[in-house]
Write a protein that binds this ligand. Sequence first.
Ligand code: IPE
Ligand code: IPE
Ligand code: MG
Length: 247
Amino acid sequence: MPAASRSKTPEHVAIIMDGNGRWAQQRGLPRIEGHRRGVETVRTVTDAGRELGLRTLTLYAFSVENWSRPQDEVSALMGLLEFYLKKELNTFIKNRIRLRTIGRTAALPAGVQKALNHTIEATKEFTDYTLVLALNYGARTEVIDAARAYATAVAAGKENLNDDSWATFNRYLYTADLPDPDLIIRTSGEERLSNFMLMQGAYAELVFIPVLWPDFAKADLAAAIAEYGKRERRYGQTSAQLKTTDT
Ligand code: IPE
Ligand code: IPE
Ligand code: MG
């Protein structure tokens, strides 16, 4: 195993941000108010991730399945996203945060795409810390897109069908140039992946935190990272094997 895989601090943390709707409902507020507060948490957690030593933070912001929500909620979410991107641009630059996306972003509203492209372009040189937004993302859709791109490459003679290495196929996923997440956190108490990073999360540690996303704080992220530090990642080996290859 690479030494990094035994590190106590994860390099890449991915978060399934869940519970905005319930947060609002509990207060008798419209769901969108929960999303608005959720955006505040995105800001807090982006800063916290860097302070806690992460290199990459991925946030699941909108799934391919989320289009099936009521239309007014979908529009409000897209509006919030555009507002957030425009408002945060200066902060991204000041704090040297590189923005990336995963997902079928070409299907997002034009205004959102424009704001995304602008921010991605303006922050592409930053290498220390990357914020990845999963937008119109679905793991199954990603596999379809990757298989299609891979098949096209095979047909063009750029890939060899006999090459059965994961490293090769991995280059066709949205995350080709990103490390796999070491830790996947889901907030709100739900314990499922909801079509998130099913390939990349093959050996991720999972931590479920029963805090609704608008209430999620730096201390909760730190607690999840501490929990990660207690886990033994075995990758199919035995515990004894890991101990002999350690240090
Ligand atoms: C997560 O909160 C935000 C998105 C999926 C966009 P939810 O909106 O899923 O909140 P709950 O699960 O209904 O409480
Ligand atoms: C997963 O949350 C998607 C995001 C966090 C963007 P959902 O709230 O949409 O998931 P389900 O429907 O409860 O599984
Ligand atoms: Mg939810």
